[in-house]
Design a binder for this molecule. Structure first.
Ligand code: GLC
Length: 438
C-alpha cells in the first residue's frame, strides 16, 4: 500500500465542509419540493399525528415491525413526561417472513402477539387497540391507515405494496378468531422516536433512526404542507416522516454504486446505502476486495465471498479493539478462512474507520439540515432523539456524530443535543395511540 493509494482511498470517503453545506442546501430544497407534492428524493409523508404534551396516560400494547427483530411490548405512560420500563419480547424475523407471502407475515404477527399475551398473562379475548410501528414508507390518510409505498431494507413480502397494512394485521387477527384485536394507530419508527423524545424532552425537534436503515421525522406547520391543504389536527402542526433514506443529492463513489447493484432495491435509498448498518459491512468488504484484487494486501489475503462479507457488528468490534496485533480481527478472518499479516489488518481497520466516519458525518449533516429548515439561525436549543443499533452500539459513532454537528453549526457544544431514545420506535407507538385518542 503506497502513500498515493492511501490518499486516493481517503479522498473517496472524505467529505469536505463545502460538500456538507451543499448537501444542507439541497436537502432544504428537496424538503420544500416534497412538501409541495413536487418531484423530490424526499417523500415528506404526513403522519396524521401531532406532538404529544407529555401528559398522556394509560397502558398500551405496542408492536414494532421493520428491523431485525419484531418487538411486542406493553407500555405504561404515567404523565409528566414519565414512562415506566416497558415489558418487551423480541421475535426474530426469518428470511421466509421477510420475503415470503402476505399471509405468512400476518400469521407471524398474530403468533408473536399471542405468545406475548400468554407469557405476560394478558387475556387475548380482551378488546385491545394496538399501536403498530411499521418502519417503511406509507401513504397515510388518517392515523388508522397506512398504504405501503414500497419495501426497503431487503424486505420483499409479496402482495403488500399498495395495500393498507392495518387491514393486513386486523384481518390476520380476525381470521385467527380474534376479531376484538384492532389497530389503534399506525406509524413509522421515526414518528415513534420523535414522540417518545418529545414526551420526555419538551424541546425535542427531531426523531432519528440510525440502525438497519436510517430516516427521521420532525414537526411541520400545517400551512407549510402545501400538498395537503385540507389537513386538520388538534394543533397547527403535524409530524412529517421525511424518508431521508432516499435522499440522493450528495456525492457517491464507485463503491457506493457497487453496493447499490448488490441490493434488493437497486436505484433507490442512496443515502441509506451510504449510512446504515445494513450496508456498511458490504461497503467495507467491497473496498477490501478491490484492494485484494490490486495486490495492496499481502499474498495471504483472499477475496471475501458474498456470504463472508463483514457485518456492521463485526466491524464495530474491529473499531473497538485497539491492541497492536488486532487479534480479534485476525480471529474473525480465520473464521472466514483467511490468514492475514498485521499490516493487512491495520489496513482493513483503516478502511472500516473511513466508511464509518463518513456515515457519521453524513448523518450529522442531515440532522443539522432538518433542524435548520425551520430554525435557520439556531435561535433555540434543540434535542434530537435517536434510536437504532448503529448509533447506540457502533464503537465511537455517537461521539463522531455529535462532534460533526458541533463543527458544522460552529456553535458551542450542546446547541443541538443528541440523546439515545431507547425503544423509541416501540414506546412511541403507545404514545401515538394515546395522543390519537386523547
Ligand atoms: C427505511 C424505511 C423507513 C424507516 C427506516 C428506519 O429507510 O424506508 O421508513 O424509517 O428504514 O427503520
Amino acid at each position: 500500500m503506497t502513500v498515493q493509494n492511501y490518499l486516493e482511498l481517503e479522498s473517496l470517503f472524505n467529505i469536505s465542509l463545502r460538500t456538507q453545506l451543499e448537501m444542507i442546501a439541497n436537502f432544504h430544497e428537496e424538503m420544500k419540493r416534497g412538501l409541495a407534492g413536487k418531484k423530490s428524493s424526499l417523500k415528506m409523508l404526513p403522519a396524521f399525528i401531532w406532538p404529544p404534551s407529555g401528559e398522556e396516560q394509560g397502558e398500551y400494547l405496542a408492536i414494532d415491525f421493520g428491523g431485525t427483530n419484531f418487538r411486542v411490548m406493553s407500555v405504561k405512560l404515567l404523565g409528566q413526561g414519565k414512562i415506566s420500563k416497558p415489558i418487551a419480547h423480541n421475535y426474530k424475523i426469518s428470511t421466509s417472513v421477510m420475503r415470503g407471502a402476505r399471509e405468512d407475515l400476518g400469521n407471524f404477527i398474530v403468533d408473536s402477539v399471542l405468545d406475548f399475551m400468554q407469557k405476560e398473562k394478558i387475556d387475548p379475548q380482551f378488546r385491545v387497540k394496538i399501536g403498530l410501528t411499521f418502519s417503511f414508507p406509507m401513504k397515510q390518510l388518517d392515523i388508522r391507515s397506512g398504504i405501503l409505498i414500497n419495501w426497503t431494507k431487503d424486505f420483499a413480502v409479496a402482495d403488500v405494496v399498495g395495500t393498507d397494512v392495518v387491514d393486513l394485521v386486523e384481518s390476520a387477527f380476525f381470521d385467527n378468531g380474534f376479531h376484538q384485536i384492532k389497530v389503534g394507530a399506525i406509524l413509522n419508527d421515526t414518528v415513534g422516536t420523535f414522540c417518545k423524545g418529545r414526551y420526555t424532552h419538551p424541546n425535542c425537534s427531531l426523531g432519528v433512526i440510525a440502525g438497519t436503515g436510517t430516516n427521521a421525522s420532525y414537526s411541520e406547520k400545517i400551512s407549510n404542507i402545501k400538498k395537503s391543504p385540507q389537513l386538520s389536527t388538534k394543533t397547527d402542526e403535524m409530524l412529517i416522516n421525511i424518508e431521508w433514506c432516499g435522499f440522493n443529492l450528495f456525492p457517491r463513489n464507485h463503491y457506493d454504486r457497487a453496493v447499490d447493484k448488490l441490493s434488493q432495491n437497486k436505484g433507490e435509498q442512496f443515502f441509506e446505502k451510504a449510512v446504515s448498518a445494513l450496508y456498511l459491512g458490504t461497503l467495507t468488504s467491497l473496498v477490501v476486495n478491490s484492494f485484494v484484487a490490486t495486490n495492496k494486501f499481502s499474498h495471504h489475503m483472499k477475496i471475501l465471498e458474498k456470504d463472508k462479507f463483514f457485518t456492521a457488528e463485526e466491524l464495530s468490534l474491529v473499531l473497538a479493539y485497539s491492541d497492536k496485533n488486532l487479534h480479534w480481527l485476525r480471529m474473525t478472518l480465520v473464521d472466514k478462512g483467511i490468514q492475514t499479516t498485521q499490516a493487512d489488518r491495520i489496513l482493513i481497520k483503516k478502511i472500516a474507520e473511513l466508511v464509518f466516519s463518513r456515515s457519521a458525518k453524513f448523518l450529522a449533516t442531515l440532522i443539522v439540515a432538518t433542524v435548520t429548515k425551520n430554525d435557520p439561525e439556531l435561535k433555540r436549543r434543540h434535542t434530537v432523539a435517536i434510536d437504532g443499533s448503529l448509533y447506540e452500539k457502533a464503537h465511537g459513532y455517537k461521539g463522531m456524530v455529535q462532534m460533526e454537528i458541533d463543527l458544522l453549526t460552529l456553535r458551542k457544544e450542546g446547541e443541538i443535543n443528541l440523546f439515545v431514545c431507547k425503544d423509541g420506535s416501540g414506546v412511541g407507538a403507545a404514545i401515538v395511540n394515546a395522543v390519537a385518542f386523547s
